[in-house]
Design a protein around this ligand. Structure first.
Ligand code: PMP
Length: 469
């Protein structure tokens, strides 16, 4: 074992990779390898590429974490952040105090959002936006004299974040391990995922069964006890799981009939990833009661989340609030941070000026088509995608599909081969998830498809060398 010195001289001699391995506990760290993994320390980034501390450059097909949408190094965003930091880096957002960027961004989001979702509650990230959306639903019903409406409907395979309630709302089996999960008033409906390539059930039949069971679950809990239903338009981290056509419209209809608020979690699916600023209405035909957004809101340049609330709900909250307790006691020191709001405003300007959503509508189908060419590869069980979100499901030939240990190891192997060839994809269980910056060109997409195909071939070669397949 290595004996590490201490003190400033020893610390200075260590590389960032070594310091990180010794001292940083990463989000979602694999603890079986704590201190032994060689972290990828990213030092620089430009366009759709990132460079590590050893000088290797990668095409970033993860978009940071679904979030870097206009690409790295955009001066417009950086200049706006700098200008705001120089002018006024921070002031409290509480009570009746605000900042110019927060006010401007509130108005801009109201313009871009569907329906009457004109009231914006800023937070710090996606998880805090999800939590705040549920608290708004609770506050709303309490204000209307219905404090018993507290239960929340979520779905198996969902991902809504990593604070305690957001993690409880999430429904990915693999994540529900060591912690406590709120199950007294959080309920998970089944995953709506339907893959026409692999399912033997027609989409319309699947949809009818899903909605029947949703109604049955609501009846069992009692609609008088349920505040809200939360759903990603397409489940992102769960593995790009796409519901059957008409699902969101039918679910919204069920919610309306039962006085349940519909919260659309557009943390991934908003801000251009599906070709629209907001996808609920434009891509799925629903105007939700509440939309949650984060990530692409600032292109990942600053942490920021926002909850867009229907005017109807905000007015009901205000009109009916118990006058002895009229304060909406929810929010964070850094809610709507002025530098983050300045980044978001510049990001929206860039997106409009460059017609980033139009570009996604143009290259998105090409991205999905190129990846779907890999469907027949012996190591691929399925390819799913919509515009610039996609995933490959890996399978050891001749073995069952799904997140078995061997299929997971295979996805990691494919990921490693991609990385060696200069492409970053994201392994999750037996999946490789791809969500490139929205400014990818068709040339970049060709490169992503070629490297991924080569990585699958290399992984197949490895398996043969081990006598498998
Ligand atoms: N909702 C969805 C759909 C997400 O994908 C994520 C993050 N991947 C979150 C919420 C949580 O966002 P954050 O990590 O910013 O808290």
């Amino acid at each position: 074992s290595v004996v590490h010195g201490s003190g400033p001289a020893a610390a200075a001699a260590e590389t960032a990779v070594e310091k990180d391995a010794r001292h940083v506990l990463h989000p979602w760290a694999d603890l079986s390898a704590l201190g032994e993994q060689k972290p990828l320390v990213v030092r620089g980034a430009e366009g759709v590429r990132v460079t590590d501390t050893e000088g290797r450059t990668y095409l970033d097909a993860i978009g940071g974490m679904w979030c870097v949408t206009v690409g790295y190094g955009r001066r417009e965003l950086i200049d706006a952040m700098r200008a705001q930091a120089l002018k006024m880096p921070y002031y409290t957002p509480f009570g009746d105090v605000s900042s110019e960027p927060a006010a401007e961004l509130g108005a801009r989001l109201a313009e871009l959002s569907p329906g009457d979702l004109n009231r914006v509650h800023f937070t710090t990230c996606g998880s805090t936006a999800v939590e705040s959306a549920v608290r708004i639903a609770h506050f709303h019903f309490a204000a209307r004299g219905r404090p018993e409406k507290k239960h929340v409907l979520s779905r198996v395979d969902a991902y809504h974040g990593s604070t305690y309630l957001a993690a409880s709302l999430s429904g990915k089996a693999a994540d529900r391990t060591t912690f406590h999960y709120e199950d007294g008033w959080v309920h998970h409906l089944e995953s709506p995922a339907h893959d026409p390539d692999t399912s033997s059930v027609p989409a319309a039949d699947h949809l009818a069964a899903l909605i029947d069971r949703m109604e049955a679950e609501i009846a069992a809990i009692g609609p008088e006890n349920i505040a809200c239903f939360i759903a990603e338009p397409i489940m992102a981290s769960g593995g790009v799981l796409i519901p059957p056509p008409g699902y969101h419209e039918a679910a919204l209809d069920v919610c309306r009939r039962n006085d349940i608020l519909y919260i659309s979690d557009e943390v991934v699916c908003g801000f251009g990833r599906l070709g629209h600023f907001f996808s609920s209405e434009a891509a799925f035909g629903v105007v939700p009661d509440i939309i949650v957004t984060a990530k692409g809101l600032t292109s990942g340049y600053q942490p920021l989340g926002a909850v867009l609330v229907s005017e109807r709900i905000a007015e009901a909250m205000a009109a009916a609030a118990d006058r002895s307790k009229p304060v909406f006691s929810n929010g964070f020191t850094y809610s709507g941070h002025p530098v983050a709001c300045a980044a978001a405003l510049a990001n929206i300007e860039v997106m409009v000026a460059d017609d980033v959503c139009g570009h996604v509508r143009d290259v998105g189908p090409y991205f999905v088509r190129r990846l779907r060419e890999l469907r027949d590869h012996p190591l691929v069980a399925a390819v799913r995608g919509d515009h610039l979100m996609a995933c490959l499901e890996c399978r050891v030939p001749g073995e069952e599909d799904g997140p078995t240990a061997r299929n997971q190891a295979l996805a990691q192997r494919v990921d490693r081969h991609c990385e060696e060839a200069g492409l970053l994809v994201r392994p999750f269980e037996n999946l490789c998830i791809l969500s490139p910056p929205l400014v990818v060109t068709k040339g970049d997409i060709d490169r992503i498809a070629t490297i991924t195909a080569d990585a699958l071939d290399a992984a197949e070669h490895d398996l043969r060398a081990q006598g498998v397949g």
